[in-house]
Design a protein around this ligand. Structure first.
Ligand code: ATP
Ligand code: MG
Length: 443
């Protein structure tokens, strides 16, 4: 170590450096003229090895695949590094799939990215390597890999903490960018399903329903998604069943959409009228992905779904009824088969007539949560008025009072109120018309 005083004067350093550079150049010139090229290559590679041995750094290579299967860590790193771009980044790459709504920005090859993990400086660089795969056709394929370089002494931390941290971050980023899809039964599609982007605008904020119940549902889904370990420990499938019941137009389907938008879970709309037999049902349910909501709407009116009592009595049992879709078939599937092959699954049944359902379905444990969607209450009206007219209670206190009184006396659905609120743009006129309409309903 030099102390400040003992440092040689700057001019001396410059002179020394200049003469060193000159000697190196001279050595290089002599070497390239006097030594045969083989020996030169050998020397230079030996020098590289020597430097590598002396270097305090360690580099982890993260290839894009292990030959056949894509390397999950590579994809995660790619996603993770896209959040680490800085003003010093010069090249980035933009891609977009036709089915996605947003661009994906990632780093380009040879672009150095720096990151700091728990004060450890880390350098990332994406490299490409051309490999000849077929010598006769001269076809070339390209391998990509990341090089992650850091000080050797942090090897443990990087491997046991940093890499898992990257995997986690990437998962979060993926979730945040995910477009929620709606899958419908399509026997020609892959997995029997075809999908479109779910464009349902419903959210928990815009949902007109009992506020306390809304809070409980939110709490329930949050607890459910947090409890992976818990479900594993108690040996239960990580799934949750909801039954939404209530008259038409009270928001059952909207609640499903709100849940999907909130959790970023895809929705599989399982229309039982499209399902001929239990083996179709099985195949359809196996075709659904993790982190999804399977919805069976109007469970009471779906053809073929009949109470167990009818089955037991043997009514309607013809030769091929063995393979007909039955409520028990669905229940068995949910209980058994699904348990083995799914994580984070939500199943929702909706019905207008809870009383018509098979008691076996209502038994505790089958459907974990029962939610009654009811006619529009005053609280519900306030939500709708805020969504559709952007008007709050204190701005139109008197008019709101009249609506409040009217809603105590008559049963109207949120869908009907929403319909009335959409009929014009002038808030005052719309509200007056609504009051007229409510009066007319009361008569
Ligand atoms: N609770 C609600 N909050 C906000 N909007 C609602 C609510 N209920 C109904 N709506 C509005 O009415 C439309 C129809 O409601 P939705 O399809 O959710 O009713 P549903 O209960 O599923 O009816 P059905 O029993 O006929 O399937 C929704 O698109 C939404 O605009
Ligand atoms: Mg519905």
């Amino acid at each position: 170590m030099y102390s400040q005083e003992s440092l040689p004067p700057p001019k001396a350093i410059l002179t020394a450096a200049a003469s060193l550079t000159a000697s190196a150049l001279l050595f290089q010139t002599i070497a390239s003229t006097l030594l045969p090229s083989d020996l030169q290559t050998h020397l230079s590679s030996s020098l590289k090895t020597l430097f590598k041995r002396l270097s305090p750094h360690l580099t982890i290579v993260i290839p894009d695949s292990d030959g056949l299967t894509p390397n999950h860590l590579f994809q995660a790193s790619n996603l993770f590094l896209s959040t680490k771009l800085s003003p010093s980044t010069h090249r980035i790459k933009a891609t977009k799939l036709e089915t996605e709504q947003t661009f994906t920005i990632t780093i380009d090859t040879n672009q150095l990215i720096t990151d700091t993990f728990q004060t450890i400086p880390c350098k990332w660089i994406l490299q490409t390597e051309h490999v000849e795969v077929n010598q006769t056709s001269n076809a070339r394929s390209e391998h990509k890999f990341f090089e992650l370089t850091f000080h050797k002494k942090h090897k443990e931390t990087i491997i046991t903490k940093y890499l898992p941290y990257i995997l986690n971050k990437a998962k979060e980023i993926k979730e945040a960018n995910k477009t929620v899809k709606l899958h419908t039964v399509d026997y020609n599609g892959t997995d029997y399903w075809s999908s479109v982007v779910l464009n349902h605008p419903a959210t928990f904020e815009t949902l007109a329903m009992n506020e306390k119940m809304k809070g409980e549902i939110l709490e329930d889904v949050n607890l459910f998604v947090r409890r992976k370990e818990y479900y594993r420990r108690v040996g239960r499938a990580w799934k949750r069943g909801y039954l939404f019941y209530g008259p038409p137009g009270t928001g059952k389907s909207s609640l499903v959409a709100a849940m999907a938008n909130y959790l970023k879970f895809d929705v599989y709309d399982l229309d039982l009228r499209e399902v001929q037999c239990n083996s179709d049902l099985r195949r359809l349910l196996i075709g659904t992905k993790n982190r999804s909501i399977v919805v069976i709407e109007d469970i009471d009116c779906n053809v073929g779904v009949q109470s167990r009592e009818v089955e037991k009595e043997g009514i309607d049992r013809d030769a091929d009824s063995e393979d007909k879709i039955t409520l028990s078939g669905i229940l068995n599937f949910i209980d058994g088969l699904w348990s083995g092959c799914g994580d984070e699954r939500i199943i929702v049944f909706t019905t207008n007539h809870r009383e018509r359902l098979d008691p076996a379905l209502l038994r505790p444990g089958r459907m974990d949560v029962h939610v009654e969607m009811s006619y529009c209450t005053y609280d519900g009206f306030k939500v709708l008025a805020s969504t559709y007219l952007q008007v709050k209670e204190d701005e139109k206190l008197r008019t709101f009072e009249v609506v409040k009184e009217a809603l105590k006396k008559i049963k109207v659905t949120p869908a009907e109120i929403a319909g009335e609120l959409m009929k014009g743009e002038d808030v005052e006129i719309v509200l007056q018309n609504l009051i007229q309409w409510l009066k007319m309903k009361a008569e």
